[in-house]
Design a protein around this ligand. Structure first.
Ligand code: ACO
Length: 431
């Protein structure tokens, strides 16, 4: 399947140094418009400057649509609210990767394909066992993701067939749940638990994580909450980690190297690492006496590097629909589990304070997906350090879908941005 290019007859006219250059307009299926500047340098000698890619569409994609102004998010035409309520994580993974919701036969086949790849090899276990107990889970995930390339040497080559791409999808989907569970066990100094190929995806992850601990029984409330969290994180178009997967994958690096680059990008506190940073910030506020006003003032102070973690988003400038779903889920889960967490009250108070402050209003800063997710993870007995690894477990189908879509695009090119050099020049001959 190639990428459908909806191209209108219109074009933009750019006036540079008296010359008028026509730039074709590419239109998206939801009405967004982009100027195709692919020939700009060849025709004019100019390039576009866009640090942070705030205004650059790096690809054409059919996977996820989001409208940051209206707070809309859908995966392949299915609203996120509907998926979070009515689907499970594996169905949503199939939807993202293969384009349609699976019918029961397709879902069964997908489960089987994943199950057949779910054994942890001796080699991976031995690296896991050799890791120091306090290794950060994202370091464990990233290292072991690259190490998995040794399990499937046939996938470490330049061009993969459709069957080989599917094998990579099934193997990595299966293995990330084992690796995420291993993160918990390494940090707790516990032996690893083998995957049960007959088990449901989320149940298998849960058992491999908590077997033999006081949390080993999985209640329906916890299973539902895990499914919701994983679905909400499953894709978010061209964010930092997904763009990393595409960029590395565009060099035809193998799937394990490509996905590991997504894990590494996600680790950063301005991206997926924010969920750990939020809970640490709330704990600090709580320890400080629970006064959030001081922290709001700190966040506004331009001489202080402190930011309100879990607030703000590059694309959402109204509200993050995922944050709204998670906030409701947070209330529900804590209620059903009979947990009262002072951090939830603190978070709500902090949100209210920030949302009525002109600094946050003017800059359109709202709670993002990470603001409330940590409070649920905490209620599910997932340690703070593991939060970003949980995000990676959820984001994997999105990374795989985007990687596969890119490789299937006949017009795929290696990603290679340009720059404007502002350094020293070579000495001129007169000097
Ligand atoms: N607290 C205080 N001020 C903030 C915050 C914040 N959380 N976020 C942005 N601002 C301010 C900036 O200081 C800047 O102010 P200025 O115009 O006076 O200079 C303005 O808002 C715009 O911020 P930018 O950093 O330019 O926005 P950008 O789109 O580059 O960054 C980001 C988005 C990284 C998410 C930012 O809002 C942030 O750092 N938030 C906190 C970390 C976080 O929660 N990350 C998770 C994002 S969701 C995800 O990745 C899954």
């Amino acid at each position: 399947m190639g990428i459908r290019k909806l191209q209108t007859n219109t074009s933009g006219i750019l006036d540079i140094e008296g010359h008028q250059i026509e730039l074709p307009v590419i239109e998206g299926s939801e009405g967004e418009k982009g100027l195709d500047i692919g020939r700009l340098r060849a025709n004019t000698g100019y390039v576009c400057v866009d640090p942070g890619f705030v205004n650059t569409a790096s690809c054409l994609s059919q996977i996820t649509y989001l409208d940051g102004e209206k707070g809309v998010l859908h995966y392949r035409g299915h609203p996120i609210e509907d998926l979070a309520e009515n689907a499970n994580f594996l169905e949503v993974s199939f939807l993202l990767i293969y384009g349609e919701m699976p019918n029961p036969t397709e879902l069964k086949q997908f489960q089987n394909d994943i199950a057949q790849n779910s054994k942890t090899t001796q080699f991976i276990s031995s690296i896991g066992k050799a890791l120091p107990k306090d290794t950060h889970p994202m370091g464990i995930l990233s290292s072991l993701m690259v190490a998995l390339s040794a399990d499937k040497p046939e996938l470490v080559k330049q061009d993969l067939s459709a069957d080989e791409r599917n094998l990579a999808v099934h193997h990595i989907m299966a293995q990330i749940k084992n690796l995420t569970a291993m993160c918990y066990r390494v940090n707790k100094g516990l032996d690893f638990v083998p995957s049960d190929p007959g088990a449901d995806y989320v149940e298998d992850f849960y058992t491999m994580t908590f077997k033999g601990t006081e949390h080993e029984s999985l209640s329906p409330v916890v299973k539902d909450a895990l499914n919701t969290l994983l679905i909400l994180h499953a894709d978010h178009e061209q964010n930092c980690s997904t763009s990393s997967v595409r960029l590395v994958g565009s060099s035809k690096a193998n799937p394990y190297a490509s996905i590991a680059s997504g894990i590494n990008a996600l680790w950063g506190p301005l991206h997926g690492g924010a969920n750990q940073a939020v809970i640490e910030m709330l704990e600090q506020m709580h320890a400080d006496g629970g006064g959030y006003k001081k922290f709001v003032e700190k966040a506004k102070d331009k001489n202080d590097p402190f930011r309100l973690m879990g607030f703000g988003h590059r694309v959402y400038k109204n509200f993050d629909p995922r944050a709204q779903i998670i906030k409701k889920a947070c209330d529900k889960v804590l209620n059903q589990l009979g947990i009262t967490d002072p951090l939830l009250d603190l978070a709500k108070g902090l949100e209210k304070e920030a949302l009525s402050d002109p600094y946050f209003i003017e800059r359109k800063l709202y709670p993002n997906v990470d603001f409330y997710s940590g409070i649920i993870y905490k209620a599910l007995n997932i340690p703070n350090q593991m939060f970003t690894a949980m995000f990676a477990l959820g984001r994997l189908p999105g990374w795989l879908a985007q990687w596969k879509e890119m490789l299937e695009d006949p017009k795929m090119k290696i990603g290679r941005p340009r720059q404007i050099y502002q350094g020293k020049s070579l000495p001129s001959e007169e000097e």
